[in-house]
Design a protein around this ligand. Structure first.
Ligand code: DOR
Ligand code: ZN
Length: 429
């Protein structure tokens, strides 16, 4: 195994130091380290962070390998600075059995670019009617701890309660896609002045907030862990702040696109901006940034949602919701949070690595940059800027909402257990 000497990187943005990576671990951090036989990586000006962890990735395999595979999604993740991603369960077949989650987990191991951590479905076939075999998925080789029907809300409150009771037994968490379906029938975009003007059916903020309010009460009653996927409204942030002040075991994520973009994008009628939950208002974006800054929102989750051209490049109403996120997530966080001074690099590490790893109970990720720890880390050039070209992405799909946008930050290298998956900004395999 090659030994690497990373010279002069700034761990969490602090003063420059050398980082020695040996046998899969950080062997030493300090000034002027030397190691004979080590491969030297000149990292002056680069920030070193723990490898990023995504709680919310759609890898589309099995079933829609034309849109993404575990391998292409893993490559996109590594290029984005991730060392672990949670693969959502809305595949075909649905990841609702030990067999399917083990298959996804194995495909991730074979690709070897990031740790692919399968999410198990809460209900059979995402149907919302009957609990899936949560215990069998937890006990499988994939060791599932996060359960979600993402794409669909677990809308039956009695079933949600039972899911929370069940996962509590093995320290699991239910990750809810908060959308009261009766309030979003036919919804196309955020419900407000713009949906009225464009004549598109609206998705009201209350449809998200009502489910979050209900579920934090259920989580409190049961004493179980709840995670809220892709929080998108100011009201949701207020409810989460209230729930946390009561000691409810609730965590939440925000997507990069909800931190940057608003419903103004829908005025283009370009379906690349169609997503669920929809892009909201300026006031919502501000509340989400504030919530991420003060920790009310624990994590950034990409909701990377690749779609094939025929599913996306159609009329707005026919297009599938979802947008790519893995490769630009860190850049969007730098632009919306770091450059405006709302989050420092330690904060980025906390929201994009430490806390998501804790929520997913991933012991080997989100660890401090310290001797003895697994060498899962990323080197970022914060001064680089680049214009996003969808054709150049590693994802098999092209539905990036950032096409043509100039964004800050470049991932120079990613290490997974001491092995570079990205070097000089390029995937190593
Ligand atoms: O926009 C979305 N796309 N939201 C979801 O909840 C599901 C996802 C997908 O699977 O495409
Ligand atoms: Zn979702």
């Amino acid at each position: 195994m090659t030994t690497y000497l990373i010279r002069g990187a700034r761990p969490l943005g602090s003063d420059p130091a050398d980082i020695l990576v040996k046998d899969g671990r950080i062997a030493a951090i300090g000034d002027s380290l030397s190691a004979t036989g080590a491969e030297v990586i000149e990292a002056a000006g680069l920030v070193a962070l723990p490898g990023l962890v995504d709680l919310h990735t759609h890898l589309r395999e099995p079933g829609r390998e034309d849109a993404e595979t575990v391998e292409t999604g893993s490559r996109a993740a590594a290029l984005g600075g991730f060392t672990a991603v949670h693969a959502m369960a809305n595949t075909d077949p649905v990841a609702d059995t030990a067999g399917v989650v083990e298959q996804v987990w194995r495909l991730g191991q074979e690709a070897g670019l990031v740790d692919v951590v399968p999410v198990g479905a809460v209900t059979v076939g995402l149907g919302g009617g009957r609990l899936a075999e949560l215990g069998a998925m937890a006990d499988s080789a994939a060791r599932v701890r996060v359960f979600s029907d993402d794409g669909h809300c677990v809308s039956d409150p009695a079933l949600m309660r039972r899911a929370l009771e069940y996962v509590k037994a093995f320290d699991g968490v239910v990750a809810q896609h908060a959308e009261e379906p009766r309030l979003t029938v036919g919804a196309q975009m955020h419900e407000g002045d713009r949906s009225a003007k464009l004549g598109l059916t609206g998705w009201p903020a209350a449809a998200e907030e009502a489910i979050i309010a209900r579920d934090v009460l259920l989580a409190e009653h049961v004493g179980a862990r709840l995670h809220v996927c892709h929080v998108s409204t100011a009201g949701s942030v207020e409810i989460l702040r209230w729930a946390k002040s009561r000691g409810v075991q609730v965590t939440a994520e925000v997507t990069p696109h909800h931190l940057l973009l608003t419903d103004e994008c829908a005025e283009s009628y370009d379906p690349v901006f169609k997503v669920n939950p929809p892009l909201r208002t300026d006031a919502d974006v501000e509340a989400l940034r504030a919530g991420l800054a003060d920790g009310t929102i624990d994590a950034v989750g990409t909701d990377h949602a690749p779609h094939a051209v025929e599913d996306k490049e159609s009329e707005w109403a026919q297009a599938r919701p979802g947008m790519l996120g893995l490769e630009q997530a860190l850049s969007v966080v730098i632009q919306t949070m770091v450059e405006p001074g709302r989050l420092d690099w330690a904060g980025v590490a906390d929201r994009m690595s430490v806390r998501p790893a804790v929520i997913g109970r991933l012991g080997e990720h989100g660890r401090p940059l310290a001797p003895g720890e697994p060498a899962n880390l990323v080197l970022v050039d914060p001064s680089a800027r680049a214009t996003v070209d969808p054709a150049a992405l590693a994802s098999r799909s092209r539905n990036s909402p950032y096409a043509g946008r100039e964004l800050p930050g470049r991932v120079v290298a990613t290490f997974l257990r001491g092995v570079p998956t990205v070097l000089d900004g390029k995937a190593t395999k």
